[in-house]
Every structure is written in C-alpha cells, then in structure tokens.
Ligand binder design. Structure first.
Ligand code: EPZ
Length: 427
C-alpha cells in the first residue's frame, strides 16, 4: 500500500518558488465526453496527467473509440464507438462518467450505465439527469443497478429544463445532449463554472449553437455532428489545483507563485486570503502569496461554499486547514455536499479544534499547533488538505490512499519537492 511520507515544517514558512498549474481536471473530463459529438477526432492540449483523465479515456477506448495521449496532448476519435454501455467497472467509480450519457444519447440514441460512483462526499443522486432525459422524450428503465435510457425515434427532442438545484455535470450533460437534438433546449438555473464556459466555447468553435454558458440560462439549438477541423483546444488552468497551492503558500511559504492561472477564476479565494491577513499579488496569469507569520497574523472568518463565482466546495477542505491557523472562531458552511466535512475528525487527531455543528457546518477554533499523524485520504480534495496539514505539522505524517490524490493532482510529490517540501512516495 503506497503512502506519502511528509516531514512537517512545525509551522515555519520555509518553502517557496514557482508552480506551473496544469489543465483543469473538471474541464478535460468533459471535453473527452464531448468527443462523442464529433464526426472527426478531437485534439486537446494541456490535458492533466491524472488518474481520472486516464479512466475517462479508458472508457472511450473500451467502448470502441481510439485515443492517443502524449505529453499533455490527446487525440480522441469517438466516431468508431461500438458499445452503448459505459464500461461498468470504471464508470461506477467515476462520477464524471455521468456526463457521457448526454453525448451518447444524442448521437447513438441509447446508453446503459450503472449509478456513477466517485468520492464519499455525499449521496450524489442523478435524479436531475433521469428527469431531464424524460423531458427530452427519452425512456428511462432501471434494470438492476443499471439505467437503460433510450431516445425517442428521430432522436432527443429539445426541451425546457429547470434544475431545482444547480448541477455542474447536469448543466454540461444536457448542454451536450442538446447539441445534436431536434429543436431548441433551454437550461434554467444552470451552473456557471468556468469549465462550463470553456466547454461551450469548444463546442461552438466546432459548429454547435450554444448561447448563455456562464449565465443561469443556457440555450442550445440542435445541429448536425460537430467537426473541429483539426483545431487544437487548450484546457483551461485548474483553478482548484491553483487554489490548493495558494492555501499551502499562505501557510508555509516565504514566497510562492502559481503561474499559468486565470486570476479571475480564483477571486473568491484570493478575496478571503487577503481579508484574513495573507499578502497576495497578482499579474495577468500568475498569483503570488507569502505566509503571514506574525502572532495573530491570520484572522478568523465565516465561509459558505457556493456555486461559482462563490467559494468553491472543492477548496473547502484545504481552506479548513488554513482556518486552523487563524486566530479566533471561523465557521465553514458546506452548502453543497452533506458528507464533505467528515475529514475534520482526522484534523482534530492532529491537534485542530473543530466542532461539527451538523453535517453541513463546522466551527474551527484557531490557531492550534498541528502534529504529524497517519492519515487516509477519503477523497481527492480532503487528501490534498491532509498533505497541507502534514506540511505545516510538527513531526512526520504518512498519508495512505494516495490513488485518491493522484485522481486529481499531477505528480504531486515531485511538484511539492520542487518548492522545498520534504515529501516522498513510499511503497
Ligand atoms: C461537480 O460534481 C464536480 N465534479 C465536483 O468536483 C464539484 O465538487 C461539484 O461539481 C460542485 O462544484 C466534476 O465536475 C466531475 P453537482 P457534480 O451536480 O456535478 C445535487 C472534484 O473534487 N444533485 O454540481 O456531481 C448534488 O447532490 C469533484 O473535482 C442532485 O440532487 O456536482 C449536490 O448536492 C468533487 N441531483 C448538488 O446537486 C442530481 O441529479 C451539486 O452537485 C445531481 C446533483
């Protein structure tokens, strides 16, 4: 069982340097799914070299598509897909596999899939997907653990969808399903994440007709199969990876710069870091932080996670670690997932003082001294939060379930070592 062994800095701010941010996991995964809408191969650049991307490409390959990947570039030809069943052993562990259902239904009129798995952060229902497909004229049948969805004769019909809760993959799935559907589809209360805007731009540059991506109302007019005409699409930088490194820098760096970022995508985080006492400077494509090590330098704050442009739930766990070092009482209100605060028990074992008020709310009392411990990463974002806690801790830590971290962070130990972190991957 491999683990990450980390020697803590005992609260000192001695790391520093520059980290180049890689392409966004939650953009690349959806572009791979979008390849099913194309009559010709889709060319991507700046694709992160992470487990979830490998899994998604594996699904396309096992279903009959052809995929080639080399040094962050991918060529995906899904025009030869021969199966309409999402590879079960992969899709039941990968939540993002759900987005394949939209393009599959739109192009092939049929898709079978198990309830998609993923992190342990909450129940992860797919009722919005089932309801949406029915509204577009499809028939949905549950056969054992599988869903069988069949489009009507003549293909999916455009429809009026209102998401009673904003859903990132829901918005992406139906935006893609509507691209090849008959007529016009409107998605209301759509999610507005930057990854959705980037996906819409990629589709529109290949012949789709999508308006309003990045606003609460997205309108899609159905067209024929897309063709990128050999254009190469560069995946936008991963704002969650960038935010995770910035939080680490705000706790442990003399000076840390993240490059190849879009600062506007990180405003909710940089606002909060500045407000609580961290020094930050920004250029067009980089952000630099320095740890504020004055006694009482960081002050407590109340945060609620929220759909974009609010504070991202994917940065909640690293931010909780940051708040253990802020003077006073902070509240973290995780509004999106009901199981995403359980990792705080492990932080308490390291010396944090976090009380769970209910499954959505914790109070963090700081600042406390964090001591090294043995930890199991429950999901990729809490896994990275444990890495940050281990780096600021007194003494050594071992973090198991490294696969969960590799799902979303490329070459994590190598890139941390490059900024002075004492970390090793051990078998
Ligand atoms: C996406 O998950 C991301 N995953 C998540 O990132 C991210 O945390 C989440 O959006 C919120 O930003 C990918 O893009 C692959 P949702 P998604 O549908 O789309 C409820 C990471 O670490 N809901 O926006 O699955 C749901 O329970 C991952 O990279 C329904 O009720 O999240 C949640 O409470 C973790 N019914 C809320 O909506 C549905 O049919 C928002 O979930 C679908 C969702």
């Amino acid at each position: 069982m491999s683990y990450l062994s980390i020697k803590g800095l005992s609260g000192k701010a001695t790391i520093g340097g520059t980290v180049k941010i890689v392409g966004a996991k939650n953009a690349a995964l959806k572009a791979i799914a979008a390849s099913i809408l194309f009559r010709s191969p889709l060319l991507l650049d700046n694709v992160p070299d992470i487990e979830d991307v490998s899994r998604m490409l594996e699904i396309i390959r096992t279903m009959g598509g052809s995929v080639s990947v080399a040094s962050h570039k991918a060529t995906i030809d899904a025009s030869t897909l021969s199966s309409t069943t999402l590879t079960p052993e992969i899709s039941k562990r990968l939540r993002s596999s759900i987005v394949l259902t939209g393009p599959m239904l739109a192009r092939h009129g049929l898709v079978r899939f198990p309830h998609p798995g993923g992190c342990v952060i909450g129940e992860r229902p797919i009722d919005l997907f089932v309801e949406g497909f029915i509204k577009m004229g499809a028939k949905v049948k549950k056969v054992g653990k599988f869903y069988h969805v069949a489009a009507p004769k003549g293909g999916l019909r455009g429809g009026e969808l209102f998401f009673r809760t904003q859903s990132v993959t829901g918005t992406e799935t139906f935006m893609m399903a509507a691209v090849l559907s008959r007529g016009v589809t409107t998605i209301k209360n759509a999610a507005m994440e930057p990854e959705i805007v980037w996906l819409a731009d990629l589709l529109n540059a290949s012949g789709a007709k999508i308006a309003g991506a990045g606003t609460p109302t997205v309108t899609i007019t159905g067209v024929q199969l897309l063709d990128a005409k050999k254009k190469v699409f560069t995946v936008i930088p991963d704002r969650i990876e960038a935010g995770s490194f910035l939080i680490l820098g705000a706790l442990a760096a003399k000076k840390l710069t993240v490059t190849n970022v879009i600062p506007e995508h990180l405003e909710s985080l940089t606002e909060l870091l500045t407000y609580t006492g961290t020094k930050i400077s920004t250029t067009k494509n980089s952000i630099t932080v320095s740890a504020n090590k004055k006694k009482g330098g960081l002050c407590a704050v109340n945060i609620r996670t929220h759909e974009y442009p609010g504070f991202p739930t994917d940065l909640q766990a690293p931010m909780v670690v940051y708040l253990t070092q802020a003077e006073g009482e902070s509240l973290m209100f995780e509004t999106i997932f009901e199981g995403r605060l359980n990792f705080t028990e492990s932080l308490n074992r390291m010396g944090a003082n976090i009380s769970m008020m209910d499954p959505h709310r914790v109070i963090i009392r700081g600042s406390t001294t964090i001591k090294g411990s043995h930890l199991e990463s429950p999901d990729l974002r809490a896994g990275l939060a444990f890495v940050i806690a281990a780096i600021i801790a007194k003494g050594e830590s071992k973090i198991y379930n490294v696969y969960n971290i590799d799902r979303g962070y490329e070459r994590i130990e190598e890139r941390l070592r490059s900024i002075g972190v004492c970390i090793e991957r051990k078998e």
